[in-house]
Write a protein that binds this ligand. Structure first.
Ligand SMILES: [Cu+2]
Length: 219
């Protein structure tokens, strides 16, 4: 009786152990599923990492802002680091000087004056960036945000829709681009990268094509 009880309790124990064991197995396989989830999680994390990469790239390039895939063109510089001042005169439709030479990593203070009768831009970037910017500025002109000889600030403000943010954000001294109305002036302090193939250009529709651009030689 006692033995059978012990036996049955042992059996119960064994059963319990088995159940626990089995319980462990599903739990383990359950953990295995999260394990699979873990396998998937790094993949997701990787994907997220991939999505986050523009941010990382921006970080490495020292380019704060939202131009994720932008190539290294340098960034806004500090006044204290300026080693050279370059005067730029805008005419219809060309710049004086026609080309610029800077040293690798140099911080340059550009003083820009528009002596023409038309609206002009002084923008720093690669040829590809200027080409993209020209399309934006074509749209800006179509929307009346810019006119031949002026910036329509009212229209510019109204244009802060989601799709048009990029346009209004693509101008500004901290973006390496200024729009200058006739008779007005502007300045940019820019820290150049060690090496890059850059141009300064005016992307007001028709101006780049008519020669309002020049190379920036980094030596
Ligand atoms: Cu121009």
């Amino acid at each position: 009786m006692t033995t059978s009880k012990k036996t049955s309790s042992r059996a119960a124990c064994a059963l319990l152990a088995a159940v626990l064991g089995m319980g462990t197995t599903p739990a383990w396989s359950g953990a295995g599923q999260p394990g699979h989830g873990h396998d998937a999680a790094p993949a997701q994390g990787h994907m997220m990492g991939g999505q986050g990469m523009p941010g990382q790239m921006m970080g490495t390039q020292g380019m704060p802002g939202h131009h994720g895939a932008a190539p290294a063109i340098g960034g806004p510089g500090k006044a204290a680091d300026v080693t050279r001042t370059i005067d730029i005169t805008m005419q219809d439709n060309f710049y004086e000087p026609a080309e610029i030479a800077v040293k690798a990593g140099e911080t340059v203070h550009f003083k820009i004056v528009n002596k023409g009768t038309l609206l002009h831009e002084f923008g720093l970037g690669t040829a590809a960036m200027h080409a993209a910017h020209q399309k934006e500025m074509m749209v800006m002109m179509e929307h009346g945000m810019i006119e031949a000889d002026r910036v329509n600030h009212e229209r510019m403000k109204m244009s802060h829709g989601p799709g048009q943010m990029a346009m209004s954000h693509s101008h500004g001294a901290d973006q390496g681009s200024v729009l200058v109305e006739p008779g007005k002036s502007a300045e940019i302090i820019w820290k150049f990268p060690k090496e890059a193939t850059l141009e300064f250009a005016c992307n007001v529709p028709g101006h780049y094509e008519s020669g309002m651009m020049g190379p920036i030689r980094i030596k």
